[in-house]
Ligand binder design. Structure first.
Ligand SMILES: [Zn+2]
Length: 66
């Protein structure tokens, strides 16, 4: 898990890159800011990039509670 500071709203969020290791099928995926939906970090991967909001202590909030 890594952190990224959104260039648009200046808030920090966590992102996780999951690589499915599928041959071919690689695409540029973007970490989408969970606050303002601005694309931030990007990477060419066959997987997905998940983003998480951070709580007041800077810990990632699981999707089910977001
Ligand atoms: Zn943002």
């Amino acid at each position: 898990m890594d952190f990224y500071q959104c260039k648009k709203c200046d808030r920090k969020y966590a992102y996780v890159v999951t690589d499915m290791h599928v041959p071919g099928g690689k695409d540029r995926e973007y970490a989408i800011c969970p606050y303002c939906k601005e694309p931030g970090y990007s990477r060419v991967t066959s997987g997905f990039i998940y983003t998480y909001k951070l709580d007041s202590e800077g810990k990632p909030i699981p999707k089910s509670q977001a």
